[in-house]
Design a protein around this ligand. Structure first.
Ligand code: SF4
Length: 68
C-alpha cells in the first residue's frame, strides 16, 4: 500500500481543534486554533488515529491522501 499523508483543506477548516485532540502525535494547533499537520507519511501503526481524526472532523476538512 502506498504511504498516506494527512492534509487539511484550509478553506473548509473551522478551527474546532478536535483533530489535534484525537491525533496529537501528528497535529498541533496554531495560535488561532488551526491545525499544523506533520507533512510526513503517516506510519502504519498510527493510521487508525489518522482515520479517526478524519472521520470526526466536523467540517470534513481533513483527508488522508495517498502519495505517488
Ligand atoms: S477538526 Fe477539522 S475543522 Fe477542526 S481544526 Fe481539525 S481540520 Fe479543522
Amino acid at each position: 500500500m502506498r504511504p498516506e499523508r494527512l492534509v487539511v483543506d484550509p478553506t473548509a477548516c473551522t478551527a474546532h481543534g478536535m483533530c489535534a485532540e484525537l491525533f496529537p502525535e501528528w497535529i498541533q494547533l496554531d495560535d488561532w486554533g488551526y491545525p499544523m499537520i506533520d507533512s510526513g507519511d503517516v506510519p502504519p501503526d498510527l493510521r487508525d488515529h489518522a482515520e479517526r481524526a478524519v472521520k470526526m472532523c466536523p467540517a470534513l476538512a481533513l483527508k488522508l491522501r495517498r502519495g505517488s
